[in-house]
Design a protein around this ligand. Structure first.
Ligand SMILES: [Zn+2]
Length: 252
């Protein structure tokens, strides 16, 4: 594994003295390759923190343009950016913060057609979409090429996140969606969102991405549910559902 330069040792000093990360973990982050699907309320903070942490390659896919109503949560964007493509602006901000990170901005929406190209060469996928359909597409396409992914969602004052392993040994997102708790999927545009909630979920996903790259493990197939207004948190262990269309077709 490549040695870190003096400048890298200074930049990441506070992070690599954490025993769980260490020098080797920092080197692993340097060679890590992630796809972030979405450059909105979830995608902006996670991209900023992963670039800051030294994740070597960050691909971001989103075809939206910045609107005024995005600014309360998507704090990398300014009033002057309204109307520009989110991925272009976010890539500029990430490169300005850490020139060592390779940012691959793709102005496309993730779906089953664009998916295989977007997944090429990455080793982890982060869902930052606010879309049930996109999450189902991520679940399906990452499963085909055996990649792990981390979902996240937030509406009003509550958030959810879960990590799915490359083989879906403990269940998949389609298993979760047949559960009444998991099936709550109305979007922020419909129900509203308080900015810090989406950042909390986003940074939990970013932290798990760092943990995955550093020590290759995550609490797979556990749905974490948080109401950040009241402080209540619960966890739900997922399992392979006998009626899951994806798990059934994988078995046969
Ligand atoms: Zn399943």
């Amino acid at each position: 594994m490549a040695e870190l330069t003096d400048s890298q040792l200074r930049r990441y000093a506070r992070q690599l003295i954490v025993p769980q990360v260490d020098l080797e973990g920092q080197q692993r982050l340097h060679t890590a390759r992630v796809l972030i699907v979405g450059a909105g309320g979830l995608g902006v903070p996670m991209a900023q923190y992963l670039a800051g942490a030294g994740v070597g390659f960050i691909r971001i896919a989103d075809d939206d343009r910045i609107e005024l109503s995005n600014l309360p949560r998507q704090v990398a964007y300014t009033e002057a950016d309204v109307g520009r493509l989110k991925v272009d602006v976010l890539a500029e901000r990430l490169r300005a913060g850490n020139a060592e990170v390779t940012v691959d901005a793709r102005a496309v929406r993730f779906d089953t057609d664009s998916g295989s190209d977007l997944l090429d060469t990455v080793t982890l996928v982060l869902d930052a979409t606010d879309s049930l359909q996109a999450r189902q597409d991520i679940d399906r396409t990452t499963r085909q090429v055996e990649l792990p992914w981390i979902m996240g969602s937030a509406v009003r004052t509550s958030g959810q996140w879960a990590a799915f392993d490359s083989r879906r040994r403990l269940g998949c997102y389609h298993c979760l969606m047949s559960d009444p708790i998991g099936a709550q999927h109305a979007s922020c545009a419909e129900l509203g969102i308080v900015g810090p909630i989406v950042a909390l979920v986003s940074l939990q996903q970013a932290l798990w991405a760092i943990k995955y790259f550093v020590d290759d493990s995550l609490p797979w197939a556990q749905l974490h549910i948080m109401d950040a207004w009241s402080g209540e948190r619960t966890q739900l262990a997922l399992s392979v559902r006998p009626d899951c269309p994806l798990c059934q077709s994988a078995e046969s």
